[in-house]
Design a protein around this ligand. Structure first.
Ligand code: SF4
Length: 503
């Protein structure tokens, strides 16, 4: 019987297929080297954990030794009423759990605590005084440790805690329901996740890969992508996702992209009317989109622009992109590819030290540059709402660099266009499974100069630059950012070409 662990439950929530593929998948197809970005996050997590633990005062360190030895020491430490145990091992049948801390409360009961290098809850918003709710992958891990304490007959509070990136201790109420609409408690949710994970680990059920954005950092990415391509899996259709793919597989007995182009929509909608559970979660509009996208992907193989977009006709075209590390909330580069009557050039505002002053200076210089442009004679293009939300946050941090009104006026300007949200998502379709800038620009023939261009790797290069001050690392980030900006320009030009074809 395969061991069930907290990280298997975590994996199940992130991707149910990974649980199965890790054990029964083609091991020779699994990428063996850890992705450098994933490694960097891992190292940061370890450093954060060490940092938190160093400030804890006295604790019993059980991080070394075999599982068996550590398990025995954990049991006797709890029986001896040890106040704080680090990396104790809990084991029962095929359950194996290692909570970062086991903390003895004043009533003598223990609470498992996990140290995380992310925020402790999701959806918190200080501006609207919203507290946020438990993260599912943290909640199931805490449930798992508590169940282990219970199974072993050890005193426990029935609750768990998270120490987050800000070293804030957050209690998880696992008896609460998951949300306002979802009345299922966290315990019930945990039971479902655990049972599904066990079934997959025992190979009693198998599931299939499904292409999603998060796959890119997974060691199975190439292997799963190959499988999806060879099998013409429906998850190759943009934004379809695992849940809808599974529903269509089951209810329509359709597995291939080509097959869904042929369905009789009237017949399906009639069935849906009669039976509410038929194609649940796939509304009429969504079904229509799926069929259109499948047709473009499988048959037409050309992009489609559905309506005229009339992009601004101005002297200055700016294509901009920021490089930032969301895990540290730090923006280290604002890049602009400028096209004007004087020609084309790349301009960048870059941070060379990880200080607030350096971050503010680069941000401030970006705005000075924007102010230097001829009013009403420039257009700025970017890809995704990330730039807008990041600039709003930065303005709050650095109000001397730019006022809130100026930031709002800039993004409200009809000549400042989020190509992804305003045009690609609303008015186009592409013969691609992802509408990311990388996928679309490469489809259009654009090539990044870097062999492995990726935003995640740029974060890692910047982290290495800070450590070594090696100018080659900075050069790599600059080339990558410039190419991202140029790719935005290539896409904008293609949209203009498609626009001209519409009469
Ligand atoms: S590549 Fe994607 S589908 Fe495959 S195991 Fe990883 S996350 Fe899951």
């Amino acid at each position: 019987m395969k061991n069930i662990t907290a990280s298997k439950l975590y994996d199940y929530i992130k991707c149910p297929h990974k649980v199965w593929r890790d054990v029964y998948g083609p091991q020779d197809e699994k990428i063996q080297e850890t992705n450098p970005f994933v490694q960097m996050l891992w190292d940061r997590g370890v450093a954060h954990e060490k940092n938190v633990v160093a400030e804890m005062g006295d604790y019993l360190d059980l991080s070394k030794g075999s599982f068996e030895e550590r398990f025995e020491k954990t049991i006797s430490a709890i029986r001896n009423e040890t106040p704080l145990i680090y990396q104790g091992v809990l084991k029962f049948e095929n359950y194996l759990g290692i909570p970062d801390l086991l903390k003895r409360m004043p009533d003598g009961k223990y609470v498992p605590v996990d140290i995380k290098s992310g925020s402790g809850v999701e959806g918190a918003d200080e501006e609207f005084e919203e507290e946020g709710k438990p993260k599912p992958h943290y909640a199931v891990q805490l449930c798992f440790y508590i169940e282990l304490l219970k199974k072993l007959g050890l005193p426990n509070t029935g609750t768990g805690k998270i120490i987050d990136i800000y070293k804030k201790e957050i209690e998880y109420n696992l008896n609460a329901s998951r949300g306002k609409r979802n009345k299922m408690t966290w315990w019930k949710f945990y039971d479902q996740i655990k049972n599904n994970t066990q079934v997959l680990l025992a190979n009693e059920e198998q599931n299939k890969p499904a292409m999603a954005g998060s796959c890119k950092l997974c060691p199975w990415y190439d292997s799963c992508k190959k499988w999806c391509k060879e099998n013409e899996d429906l998850s190759n259709i943009f934004s379809l996702g695992r849940a809808k793919r599974d529903t269509i597989n089951e209810d329509l007995c359709i597995n291939k992209v080509g097959e869904i182009c042929e369905v009789d929509v009237t017949d399906i909608l009639a069935k849906k009317k009669k039976d509410k559970n038929f194609l649940k979660g796939v509304a009429e509009k969504t079904l229509g989109k799926i069929i259109v996208r499948a047709d473009i992907l499988h048959n037409k193989k050309d992009p489609v622009l559905y309506k005229k977009i009339d992009l601004p006709q101005v002297s200055y075209g700016l294509f901009f992109d920021i490089e930032d590390d969301p895990t540290q909330e730090f923006v280290y580069m604002h890049g602009v590819y400028e096209r004007s009557p004087a020609g084309e050039k790349f301009i960048h505002f870059t941070v060379k030290d990880k200080t607030k002053e350096a971050e503010e200076e680069a941000f401030s210089n970006f705005w000075k540059y924007v102010r230097s442009l001829p009013k009403n004679d420039f257009a700025a293009y970017y890809y995704s709402p990330h730039e807008k939300t990041t600039y709003r946050k930065m303005q709050k941090l650095y109000p001397d660099a730019v006022s809130a009104e100026e930031v709002e006026a800039f993004f409200a300007n009809p000549n400042v266009i989020d190509l992804y949200n305003d045009i690609i998502l609303k008015h186009t379709d592409w013969p691609l499974g992802s509408y990311s800038l990388k996928e679309i620009a490469q489809f259009l023939g654009f090539k990044w100069r870097d062999e492995t261009p990726s935003g995640a790797l740029s974060i890692q290069w910047f982290s290495e630059y800070l450590e070594t001050k090696d100018p080659k690392k900075m050069e790599r980030i600059l080339l990558y950012n410039e190419d991202d900006c140029k790719a935005t320009m290539v896409l904008k030009d293609e949209l203009e070409r498609l626009d001209k074809l519409i009469t």
